[in-house]
Design a protein. Sequence first.
Length: 81
Amino acid sequence: MLARGLLSWLLTVAPLVLQNLNLIFPRDEDWHLGWKNYQAIDTNRAGIVDQISFVVMRRLGITKAFTNDQHFRTAGFETLF
């Protein structure tokens, strides 16, 4: 019974989410700046994927991240959980 309810919920919610979903791909300059930032930090900080995410988010003016990753907070973003 729970599985049927979950399936019903997913079939209702998924189209709403997908119609508002935008995939954003890093530009060449995002990769280069992310790599430069990654090389300039100590090894206990954010990895290359996070660094590229930070560059793209800043370029797009995104200030909030749906994550609990402390690296995003350290980089100045508001984390949403």
